[in-house]
Ligand binder design. Structure first.
Ligand code: 48H
Length: 254
């Protein structure tokens, strides 16, 4: 027999337990697109306690839509090993590889979960905490609060390192830049995303994956947007490699 109030209790108790378990983590990631999901998986596999917060109902970010909603992504030779590591099927097409965007998202999410990373959806990062000139956690709220514009105060989680994996709008870097005025970029600020140049962009997104303020790393499209590098269209190798790199950089420091 199913008792409705027992269903309610089970859901609330479990969900609150998961939230409480992540009040203090090693790494908190903003954004559950490909770079954030890959970072979460490799960090968790390295024994790091990681929590990822995604604003939307579904994780996967801009990967679902492939190229102009044709549900395919392209990955270059350098990142083929990451596809293999996720058991994502692909076909060679010219010099590159093509995979299903839907299968890719499903497997990125699945492997992140299997690795032990804690994934939260429907939560938006709306601010950061900074102590002694170092980012030390996220301030978060339900996305529904954000989208309805209700005046509801947020809650906070602490972490040794934070990652901005919020994609094009690079939201966390923008907040930090606004609060402290200076990032570790050539201009000291957010340099803005350049127009499309796939080959250069794919190289730079990995190079740009770095600590942009003490305690705050940037990965994926946000890394190119903060450093003024170009966009690349539906090529996702750089996102996968950037997620892997940010995980390695942080794991080495912990
Ligand atoms: C919580 C947030 C917040 C917030 C945003 O856009 P994404 O897919 O980002 P990446 O860098 O992993 O991948 C980029 C790729 O999808 C892409 O856009 C490419 C390759 N573009 C090339 C081109 O030329 O256009 O995912 C970011 C995620 C999204 O799911 C957002 O909903 C989420 O972050 N997010 N989550 N709190 N404040 N802001």
């Amino acid at each position: 027999m199913i008792e409705e109030t027992e269903v309610s209790r089970a859901i609330v108790e479990e969900a609150v337990g998961d939230f409480l378990d992540c009040l203090n983590v090693d790494v908190a990631i903003a954004g559950g697109g490909p770079s954030g999901l890959v970072a979460a998986r490799y960090l968790a596999e390295a024994g790091v306690k990681v929590a990822l917060y995604e604003r939307k109902l579904s994780l996967g970010g801009g990967m679902w839509g492939g190229g102009m909603m044709y549900p395919k992504i392209v990955v270059q030779e350098e990142a083929k090993g990451v596809l293999d590591d996720y058991d994502i099927k692909y076909r060679k097409s010219g010099k590159q590889y093509v995979a299903s965007s839907i299968e890719s998202v499903a497997k990125l999410v699945s492997k992140a979960i299997d690795s032990g990373a804690n994934l939260f959806n429907c939560i938006s990062i709306e601010d950061v905490m900074i102590r002694k000139k170092r980012v030390c956690g996220f301030v978060l709220n339900w996305s529904a609060v954000e989208s309805t514009g209700l005046h509801v105060d947020p809650l906070a989680v602490k972490s040794k390192y934070c990652v901005d994996a919020t994609g094009h709008p690079l939201e966390v870097c923008a907040i930090v830049c606004d609060k402290v005025g200076k990032l570790n970029t050539p201009s000291g600020g957010i340099m803005g995303e350049g127009s499309m140049w796939a080959e250069l962009s794919e190289k730079l997104v990995v190079e740009n994956t770095s600590e942009v303020y003490p305690g705050l790393y940037v990965s994926g499209m946000a890394a190119n947007a903060v450093y003024g590098s170009p966009r690349m269209g539906p090529i996702f190798g750089g996102m996968l490699l950037s997620g892997k790199k940010v995980a390695q950089l942080i794991a080495e420091k912990l």
